[in-house]
Design a protein. Structure first.
Length: 341
């Protein structure tokens, strides 16, 4: 292990890696609403270089572009952070939830948990009560659904903005949506009749892969028709990872990491000792990294062989971030952010 930093509260989100002042930095929020930057390598490796308190619990992974980090929190707010100035430059309150908040799905409806995702033009796409397109100035360009009186269901995962000009997203209304990026118009919807908490992933062939709480991974064509579905034994709440070969890797609350052929056939299954809430991440060599609630981080070969495991003091729900030099940064439910090589 290269370094270990105690951030004081659960780190669920995947760290985002960015250069701040020429220094590679891991940026991540915690369940205490703390947003932190930690130097990944160099003379200050493992030192906290940015430390801000936001107004709510952070589940979302930050998006970084043009010297800013954008991250949502459970106070229904999207934050834009100037990384050089180490300050919040604007906030956007979303939704029509109001006060007082209530427990359960209605209370979480407007939480800004889904990203954001930065598009090629610099605009942001955020999941909260539906989907928002937001300019770099913090102004809302559109919201889906467009009717302000509609109480949209919660979108937990970051929307996928594809090169075809469409946005793909799943929600807790059981729908997978394709929206026109320009104006938020609905292109198609696919009803899975279960909460969709995992983020969409797209293969090089344009097929979309989305998991749901019914334990299925759905493979959809670009027109929204079903290509195939794969059934795990329990909920799939993380995004899939799609290799250049077309192999799809996905974890489930049944504790298994699955490798699926582009046809949907099972190539191999790797059991872990706990639920998998983290999305698998593939490095340049094809190695798959995934954490489990058995308190282990796994490195797995493309053939399903465990290359190594690293034991941690808590559940590993954070997906890893990998630097160009091969440093693996991962959060943990014990409140620590760690770097391994």
């Amino acid at each position: 292990m290269l370094w270990d930093v105690d951030l004081g509260a659960v780190v669920f989100a995947s760290p985002a890696l960015a250069r701040v002042g020429g220094e590679l930095t891991a940026l991540v929020g915690t369940h205490a609403g703390r947003f932190v930057g930690v130097a990944v390598e160099g003379p200050r490796a493992g030192q906290v270089t940015l430390d801000l308190n936001l107004g709510g619990m952070v589940w979302a992974s930050a998006a970084v572009g043009d010297g800013r980090a954008y991250v949502g929190a459970d106070d229904d707010t999207l934050y834009a952070i100037d990384l050089e100035g180490k300050r919040v430059v604007w906030t956007l309150k979303v939704g029509n939830c109001g006060e007082p908040r209530v427990p359960g799905p209605e209370g979480a409806r407007c939480d800004a948990d889904g990203g954001p995702t930065i598009a090629a033009d610099g605009d942001l796409y955020l999941g909260a009560d539906g989907v928002y397109r937001v300019g770099r100035d913090g102004k809302v360009r559109w919201h889906y659904p467009a009717d302000a009186e509609t109480k949209a269901r919660h979108v937990f995962a970051a929307p996928l903005v594809a090169a075809d000009g469409y946005v793909y997203v799943g929600g807790q209304d059981g729908l997978i949506l394709s929206l026109k990026a320009a104006d938020g118009a609905l292109r198609w919807s696919y009803n899975v009749k279960a909460d969709v908490d995992g983020g969409p992933a797209m293969g090089e062939d344009g097929n979309l892969y989305v998991g749901a709480d019914d334990g299925r991974l759905y493979a959809l064509r670009s027109d929204g028709s079903l290509r195939w579905s794969f059934v795990a034994q329990k909920d799939i709440r993380a995004a899939a990872a799609v290799a250049a070969s077309g192999t799809v890797y996905i974890g489930s609350f049944d504790g298994n990491l699955y490798a699926l052929a582009p046809s949907g056939d099972v190539k191999w299954v790797l059991p872990t000792g706990g639920r998998i809430a983290a999305s698998p991440v593939i490095d340049a060599a094809g190695t798959i990294y995934v954490g489990s609630q058995d308190q282990q981080l796994y490195a797995v070969s493309p053939k399903g062989r465990v290359l190594w495991t690293f034991e941690l003091p808590g559940d590993v729900d954070s997906s890893v971030a990998i630097s160009d030099s091969g440093i693996v940064v991962v959060g943990c439910d014990d409140g620590h952010l760690r770097a391994l090589r």
